[in-house]
Write a protein that binds this ligand. Structure first.
Ligand code: C2E
Ligand code: CA
Ligand code: CA
Ligand code: CA
Length: 281
C-alpha cells in the first residue's frame, strides 16, 4: 500500500523511510541467516587462458531468505558492510571455503590441484584482523596457505594504507596469493602497486565486456596487462563470456580468465565435478 503524498519533500521522506525500513528488515534477516549458517558459497572457475585448465575457483556468497527470495550479493554485501555484519559474514566465508576445499581434497585422495579465492571487503579489513582468521582456518583443516587467494579492492588501500599493508604482509607470510579485485575502477593512485605484495590484478568486467567492439577498452586492457607484466604480476580477466574473448585475451598475454564462457558460479558439488578424476562407468 502506498502513502498518498502531495509535496516533493514529503515524497522523499516517505521513500527514505521505506528504504530505511526495508534495509532494517534485510539486516535483521541477514543477521539470523549468518547465525544459523544459512548462507552458501557458490564457486566459479578461474582458468588458465592458454590451456583452459581450471586453476582456482572464486567463492561467491549466496543468500536465499526465509521467503525463498535469492538476494543479489551486491545488495546484501552492502547491507553487511553498513551494519558491521560483514565481519561475521567474512569470517564465515573463509571458514566455509576452507572446509569445502578440504572436502574436495579428501574426495580427490590428495590435494585436488586448485586454489580457492575468497573476497575480502574493505570494511571487513578495517574492522577485523583477517590473518589470524585465515591462519585458524588453515590449522583446523590442515590446508596450506598456498591453496588460497584473497581478493581485495583498491578501496581497502585508500581507507587505511598502513593497516592494510600489515594485513597483506601477514597474509603473504601464511603463503596465500593476493589479488587486486576490480582493478581499474578504484580512485587510488598507482604508487601502492609497487609497495604492496600483490600477485594478481583482476581486470574489472566493465573493461572486458564489449571489448571486441571497442578500441578504447582494448587499450585499457592492454595498458593494465603491460603494467602487470612490468611489475611481475599475473592477470585475471573477469567477464569472459565467449570463446572469442578468451582467445583474444590469451593473445594479448592475459594469464587467467573467469566468466560465463567457462562456467557460472556453481554449487560446491558441481564445481568439484569439473575437476574430479574421471570415474569408470
Ligand atoms: P566480484 O568479486 O567482482 O565477483 C564477480 C562477479 O561477477 C560475481 O557476481 C559473478 O557471478 C559475476 N560474473 C562472473 N562471470 C561473469 C560473466 O561472464 N558475466 C557477468 N555479467 N557476470 C559475471 P556476484 O556473485 O553477483 O557477486 C557480486 C559481488 O559481490 C562480487 O563481485 C563481490 O564484490 C561481492 N561478493 C560476493 N561474495 C562475497 C563475499 O563472500 N565477501 C565479500 N566481501 N564480497 C562478496
Ligand atoms: Ca572478487
Ligand atoms: Ca571482481
Ligand atoms: Ca567486478
Amino acid at each position: 500500500k502506498r502513502a498518498k503524498v502531495s509535496g516533493r519533500a514529503e515524497t522523499y521522506q516517505t521513500q527514505d523511510f521505506a528504504i530505511a525500513r526495508a534495509q532494517f528488515g534485510m539486516e535483521t534477516m541477514l543477521r539470523r541467516a549468518i547465525e544459523d549458517r544459512r548462507l552458501r558459497l557458490a564457486y566459479q572457475p578461474i582458468c588458465d587462458l592458454a590451456t583452459g585448465r581450471i586453476v582456482s575457483f572464486e567463492a561467491l556468497a549466496r543468500w536465499t531468505d526465509d521467503e525463498g527470495w535469492a538476494h543479489s550479493p551486491t545488495d546484501f554485501i552492502a547491507v553487511a558492510e553498513e551494519s558491521g555484519l560483514i565481519v561475521p559474514l567474512g569470517r564465515w566465508a573463509i571458514e566455509e571455503a576452507a572446509q569445502t576445499l578440504a572436502r574436495w581434497d579428501s574426495a580427490y585422495g590428495g590435494p585436488c590441484g586448485v586454489k580457492l579465492a575468497v573476497n575480502l571487503s574493505a570494511i571487513q579489513l578495517q574492522r577485523d584482523a583477517i590473518a589470524p582468521v585465515v591462519e585458524a582456518a588453515l590449522a583446523s583443516t590442515g590446508l596450506s596457505g598456498d591453496r588460497f587467494t584473497l581478493e581485495l579492492t583498491e578501496s581497502a588501500i585508500v581507507t587505511d594504507p598502513d593497516r592494510i599493508a600489515g594485513t597483506m604482509h601477514a597474509l603473504k607470510a601464511l603463503g596465500t596469493t593476493l589479488a587486486m579485485d576490480d582493478f581499474g575502477t578504484g580512485y587510488s593512485n598507482l604508487a601502492y602497486l609497487q609497495k604492496l605484495p600483490i600477485d594478481v590484478l583482476k581486470i574489472d568486467r566493465s573493461f572486458v565486456t564489449g571489448m571486441l567492439a571497442d578500441r578504447d577498452k582494448v587499450s585499457i586492457v592492454r595498458a593494465i596487462l603491460s603494467l602487470a607484466q612490468a611489475l611481475g604480476m599475473k592477470t585475471t580477466a573477469e567477464g569472459v563470456e565467449t570463446n572469442e574473448l578468451a582467445q583474444t585475451l590469451a593473445a594479448l598475454g592475459c594469464t587467467f580468465g573467469q566468466g560465463y564462457f567457462y562456467a557460472r558460479p556453481l554449487e560446491a558439488d558441481a564445481a568439484y565435478a569439473m575437476i574430479a578424476p574421471a570415474t569408470m562407468q
